[in-house]
Write a protein that binds this ligand. Sequence first.
Ligand SMILES: NC(=O)CC(=O)C(=O)O
Length: 271
Amino acid sequence: MKTKLRVAAVQMNSSLDKAKNLAEAERLIRHATAGGAELIVLPELFNLYGDLRQAAAKAEPLEGPTAQLLSALARELAVYLVGGSFAEVAAGENRAYNTSLTIDPSGNVLATYRKMHLFNVDLGAELRVCESDNLLPGTEITCLETDFAKLGISICYDLRFPELYREQASQGVELLCIPAAFTQRTGRDHWELLVRTRAVENQCYVIAANQVGEHAPGSVSYGRSLIVDPWGKVLTEASGERAEVVLADLSGELLTDIRRKLPALKNRILP
Ligand SMILES: NC(=O)CC(=O)C(=O)O
């Protein structure tokens, strides 16, 4: 991993208005680069959030307007973008993939990840979600090399499945990028706990960019986007109130030092 790297988590309050969400994403990406970010992570379904039926109905192809905007911004600003996610058209299906593109500073797509674990939960009147009604699961684990670190991409509910991250760590990942729309109801008890746990158990940096606030009636996200170091220390945390950008400086030396002094990844016995 590169010695020093400034990264950003973009927290958004996306709505059902796609044009407005794209304009807001652009504003926040420009703000992050003005702060010196070299890698920027957006939240899950940043271009339209609050009603999965509408998101699926307005799904885009891989080279659609959302991807084109991300690519143009990455090129113009010369940054790496983990472009949150958007609903991607799936041929012959009325459901969509929940897809994250990672784009390099030349505007090229380096990786495409489709959310593997779909959030199907019933917590009674407080929270009922069945993503499978409108979304299709992906099947591929995604790790990629960049100039500065090896990245692992995942999305939101994936956070609850440690085997995914253990596989990414086994493939040499150093920085976990996690776009999310973690709910208010579950987030207050589980968000920080899960993000920090994934960092500690895999000795990785984590950038977890969340949605925040009310998106549509009954759809509320927890916010508190986090950047965590491989010791599990929170380097920066956003509020639970508003759209904002948080920045942190990552150190390749710290990651190497932690892995050398406490070689838990090497000390594994079970497969
Ligand atoms: N929204 C999600 O995909 C996941 C979530 O909110 C949770 O796991 O809790």
